[in-house]
Design a protein around this ligand. Structure first.
Ligand code: NHW
Ligand code: EN5
Length: 388
């Protein structure tokens, strides 16, 4: 059934629940001299290109490819529209490798027709800290689908990751592949219910009118927790301590240092927003919350072309109850004119979803590891990793 994935070092369906297989790496590293030195072959009309994301022009080509060809919902009503600034942030991370930003061009026109990327990360898997690649933005132009280009791209990025002496990867997908380490549910909190209903993102509930719906989702104009404020550069050490201590409890989570926190969590306008609670008495940082900005194009609506979506990122509560903290973050997202706030049922998110009027979406997100076996799938609440 999976002609490609059957050949790869990933958990195979036939091995699910086989306790005789050891947990951990599936195949050991090979000496770097044994890693294939030349790129894999592409169909003759195409060529590899390394995308220089420092170049405004290349960044724009990647942006346009994804804007027109990346992920859609199951009814093709919405398509992710990552901004250029977002892509530049997501790909130029501490210690990134330019060679992991891989494009495919048509030889004659030089048009960019496919892309895949990786960024380095340290990820803890059951107390085992591993250097990994986080793989994202795999995209093949709509006109070139089903020609088995994706397996070639995956093999090529695997080769280039191996050349950096890294042997594991983490990735997510909306589809089921061999074999998820966990499967998460998307939840949605309406901020602008009228627009969401107008564009078909949500529906008017049974026995509900528009005005009752608007009232149901109304939020205060300003946040309520004393000491709640935007994160600043000077907060990086305290936020790192808070986050490291929190993420420790999950089976799979990133191992963030101060450099990572500065990159991934310091507010970056229209990309990532972060807030914390500084105790008015002790000036201790006791709680933290964040979201990233990922709009979606609305396909074929007369009145609206873009949906402003905030995605819950990393949240830590030690003093402020999580639901109270997240209510303040919803207020901030509403102030910033987002239409909807999305969250997965990862970490402790279950504790606030229903209370804060999130509803389950029609999408799932499956998490995967490459070349690392675990015996039993995790519960979403055992997962401490959010990929973009
Ligand atoms: S998930 C988003 C992926 N992108 C999209 O959905 C955008 C819209 N779709 C497309 O562009 C986030 C195409 O449909 C794509 C497939 C390119 C998805 N992951 O070329 P063929 C990520 O970026 C398998 C993995 O004919 P296509 C994560 C499929 O199962 N595999 O299909 C990316 C089949 O193999 P099988 C996927 O439709 C993680 C084969 O591809 C997949 O023209 C990548 C068919 O290929 C997906 N999302 O192109 C893995 N979608 O065995 C990283 C399809 O079943 C692994 N396939 O026959 C780690 C690598 C690094 C290791 C380092 C040590
Ligand atoms: C890698 N980083 O399906 C990502 N989104 O629920 C790649 N549904 O927005 C994988 N279909 O349920 C991404 N509205 C996989 C996700 C792909 C995108 C996707 C889903 C997630 C989504 C919306 C719109 C559905 C439109 C028709 C949805 C219902 C909202 C409603 C609000 C009020 C309370 C009940 C729920």
């Amino acid at each position: 059934k999976h002609k490609f994935w059957e050949t790869q070092p990933v958990g195979q369906y036939k091995d699910v629940g086989d306790p005789s297989l050891p947990e951990g790496p599936i195949k050991p590293p090979t000496p770097l001299s044994k890693v294939k030195q030349e790129p894999y072959n592409l169909p003759n009309a195409y060529e590899w290109t390394t995308c220089d994301m420092d170049s405004e022009e290349t960044c724009d080509e990647v942006y346009v490819l994804l804007k027109n060809n990346y992920v859609e919902d199951d009814e093709n009503m919405f398509r992710f529209n990552y901004s250029k600034k977002f892509l530049s942030w997501a790909l130029r991370v501490p210690g990134y490798y330019r060679s992991w930003h891989i494009g495919v061009r048509a030889k004659t026109s030089k048009k960019l027709v496919a892309f895949i990327s990786g960024v380095p990360a340290r990820i803890t898997v059951s107390k085992d800290v591993m250097k990994m690649a986080e793989i994202n933005f795999l995209c093949v132009h709509k006109k070139l689908r089903s020609k088995r280009l994706a397996p070639v791209m995956i093999k090529e990025i695997t080769r280039r990751v191996h050349l950096e002496n890294i042997w594991q990867a983490a990735y997510t997908a909306g589809i089921v592949l061999p074999t998820p380490i966990t499967s998460c549910q998307y939840w949605h909190r309406s901020l602008n219910p009228k627009k969401l209903i107008d564009v078909g993102f949500s529906r008017l509930g049974a026995r509900m009118t528009m005005s009752r719906t608007i009232k149901l989702y109304k939020l205060p104009n300003s946040t309520v927790t004393p000491g709640f404020r935007k994160m600043e550069l000077r907060d990086v050490p305290a936020v790192t301590r808070l986050l490291r201590n929190y993420l420790n409890q999950f089976v799979v989570a990133p191992d963030f240092d101060e450099n990572d926190v500065e990159h991934w969590l310091l507010p970056n306008e229209n990309v990532v927003d972060s807030f914390l609670v500084e105790s008015p008495k002790t000036h201790e940082v006791t709680d933290f919350c964040s979201f990233y900005t990922l709009p979606s194009s609305i396909l074929g609506n007369q009145n609206h072309s873009i949906l402003k979506v905030a995605y819950s990122y990393y949240n830590v509560s030690t003093k402020t109850p999580l639901a109270r903290l997240m209510n303040d973050v919803l207020i901030m997202a509403k102030q910033k004119d987002f239409d909807v706030f999305n969250a997965l049922d990862v970490m402790h998110n279950e504790n606030f979803l229903k209370e804060l009027k999130f509803g389950p979406g029609d999408g799932q997100l499956h998490y995967y590891l490459y070349n690392y076996r675990i015996h039993n799938a995790l519960k979403p609440s055992e997962l401490g990793l959010v990929l973009l």
